[in-house]
Design a protein around this ligand. Sequence first.
Ligand code: NAD
Length: 308
Amino acid sequence: MTMNTSIAFLGLGHMGGPMALNLGKAGYTVTGFDLSPTAIDAARTSGLTVAATAAEAVASADVVITMFPTGRHVIDAYSGNAKTPGLLSIAKPHTLFIDSSTIAVDDAKRAHDLAVAAGHRNIDAPVSGGVIGATAGTLAFMVGAVPEDFTLAEPILTTMGARIVHCGAPSAGQAAKICNNMILGISMIAVSEAFVLGEKLGLTHQALFDVASTASGQCWALTTNCPVPGPVPTSPANRDYQPGFAGALMAKDLGLALDALKSTGVAAELGPIAAQIYRRFADENGSGVDFSGIINTIRDNSTAQTNA
Ligand code: NAD
């Protein structure tokens, strides 16, 4: 792939919009498309060339990047329906399809098989780093790809990310993403429970932080995304839990982890509990709140029990 490479970027939402812009700034010829007129308008205003239809964006592209909400969106867009032709049938032969959405491992496998059967290349390249990382071009990409496709995609991903990890064969990127986020969900609950317990035992937040952040309780949920205001000034807790990483997305990712735990038969206990806790959190007003806001639920429930 060279700078003459033509890229269709579909899904210009919170993440896709800034990612597409960074590709354009790096010199690629980028044409964007989104089903939402609002997203199209925002992308056009920020300087991206946009197409009137997905077909128009994809027909002459060498690379098609998708950044959609779910696996259903990816498979439907790839396959099409009676009214809308699928992207796989519109694209030139041997087009490189890069899906950066966070989707189920099984959906990633299916998307890969569909793309290859249609004569294309396909890799899964989900990201972490949020909207800030998407805007700054510092995302971490977790890639599932055959080696040849990884080599083709790497320079493109590098313009949007600071760290590109080839995790293995197709779908391995999604596997890494949900395993990582299962660790994150569980550890955020653990850190939050510990802070509420510390409060009940008369410990200051700073004292617990000073000990745990340099002892065996150390983890990202504590040292970077600390769920109490104060010890880490940049954590969402200092701005009323504005995301950051929204509760809805953590609930979604843990749901994907739960599906994978079930389909693989892993005897996990904490993963399913974390999925349940974040599903409830998202359903009860936590959907747009940073996932570290789970500490408020734990504290509120604790108070109710103490007073009962
Ligand atoms: P978003 O809802 O803001 O954007 C998704 C966009 O896809 C929407 O604008 C929607 O209209 C568009 N879309 C859906 N189907 C389409 C189609 N067939 N053709 C064209 N456009 C279509 O979501 P987001 O926050 O940008 O997240 C995208 C993906 O990235 C999700 O899978 C999410 O889990 C993952 N992710 C998000 C974050 C984050 O912080 N927002 C972080 C890491 C990963």
